[in-house]
Design a protein around this ligand. Structure first.
Ligand code: CUA
Length: 159
């Protein structure tokens, strides 16, 4: 079937379809070629039993390789556990985070760390701390009266 479109209309149609196709192509290349995904939910646990469910029965920072760590974090009204940590410069941290109560968020200004923390959902994200200094960990989802006080501080020290 051949549509008899005015020349300009046909041109705009081609531009629209071309734009759409290139967006889809870019998203596809980023997702499957470069493995760029948003922070994702790996699995779910019972939010009422977070404190007894491994690994959240022992939140903390665990070395799992050369300058590579797993940070097991509980976000709850109105704190992060553990709150203050020190890691060496260049450390790659695999965040594992969940909440036993309400929805929180974990964001670290100056980085691309921005994780939704949903009760019972175990969310993960990986970040490499290339700059030494102090990093603020903030809750970025309104979670109640103490929301603005919900924060932690990590120190990345020069080796
Ligand atoms: Cu937790 Cu806001």
């Amino acid at each position: 079937m051949r549509l008899d479109l005015p020349r300009l209309e046909a041109l705009w149609l081609k531009i629209s379809i071309g734009t759409l196709a290139s967006f889809l192509l870019i998203i596809g290349i980023m997702a499957f070629g470069f493995h760029l995904h948003p922070a994702s939910s790996r699995y779910a646990i019972d939010p009422t039993r977070v404190n007894e469910t491994p690994p959240f029965d022992q939140p903390g920072l665990y070395a799992i390789g050369p300058n590579e760590y797993r940070a097991v974090i509980i976000a709850k009204l109105f704190t992060f556990i553990p709150s203050d940590l020190t890691i060496p410069k260049g450390a790659t941290v695999h965040f594992m985070i969940t909440s036993p109560d309400v929805i929180h968020g974990l964001s670290i200004p100056g980085t691309n760390v921005n994780i939704m923390v949903i009760p019972g959902q175990v969310n993960t994200f990986t970040y490499t701390f290339k700059r030494a200094g102090e990093y603020l960990l903030l809750c970025n989802e309104y979670c109640g009266a103490g929301h603005q006080m919900m924060m932690a501080k990590w120190t990345v020290k020069e080796e």
